[in-house]
Design a binder for this molecule. Sequence first.
Ligand code: PLP
Ligand code: TYF
Length: 356
Amino acid sequence: MAPPDPILGVSEAFKADNHELKLNLGVGAYRTEELQPYVLNVVKKADQLLLEKGENREYLPIEGLAAFNKVTAELLLGADNPVIKQQKVATVQGLSGTGSLRLAAALIERYFPGAQVLISSPTWGNHKNIFNDARVPWSEYRYYDPKTVGLDFEGMISDIKAAPEGSFILLHGCAHNPTGIDPTPEQWEKIADVIQEKNHIPFFDIAYQGFASGSLDADASSVRMFVARGMEVVAAQSYSKNLGLYAERIGAINVVCSSPDAAARVKSQLKRIARPMYSNPPVHGARIVANVVGDPTLFKEWNEEMEMMAGRIKNCDNMTNKWHVYMTKDGRISLAGLSLAKCEYLADAIIDSYHN
Ligand code: PLP
Ligand code: TYF
């Protein structure tokens, strides 16, 4: 028997529990105040539109839906980014964030033999699985500092510096999972400096664009800053969280290259890797994203809905600012730090933050 996944295994256990007060804080999935999954209004509208159009179910090309690939690169990099106009971006639709990361891992394994990927300590649990299965060697760079409950910036910089030249540095574009701690803009610049110095390749995993701040542009500023420096950048995107399309498995892998020629070659190699793995990606989620992002009215509505979702998540700040209860931004609390006498105070703080 294989062991259960540490996150999805919790969801299975939760499903099996019949208690009326049950609460699943394991999986990274958005819930409404009623603790129900949320289907965005813009997704419902796009679905309706697709139904009216009566689209067929033909296979997509290996690289995915052209209209999706266009808007997803624009959403990530900004529609007027010169690298898009210069056709320096290879974009391939992937099976959400995970599948897109897996494609990039296979590309690294094939064309950068022996190259290491550096991942943050800690990171999303599946990163290690992905690189292990793709046979890409990985090691960790320091990230979380328990003493400050913040970023171990010095440790991070010195570990990136110490990595063999030409390593891939996996970075969470925004809303670092699981710490919730992102570098400041100034820190991002310094991170880019060392990556550039060492000829490393930045490899972004951006699974929460729009969810960290409520702004799609602000949350992509880390990626865009590296691209603006003229660097080659790899970036895996996911629409699981920001459009609530978890089960549609919709995302993309983008490789910003140094020339249009290189981009064409990288794209052809990504397709070659995808073909024997899963042949071609699913169409429905791609059409939803293409319709929402590509339509100014739906796009505006999406931004508003996302701001609302991000706002509800951010209410956690109230715990510290008003109630002086200190906890990691991901909402985790250590019960070992709680005394019996403080239980009621904590409960009051949680209730108040919930209503704010
Ligand atoms: N990357 C990070 C950091 C994540 O937290 C997640 C999901 O929570 C993913 C990637 C991939 O999710 P999906 O495969 O559903 O897009
Ligand atoms: O981090 C999470 O909670 C989501 C869900 O192997 C998830 O990304 C968890 C584990 C996994 C794939 C997705």
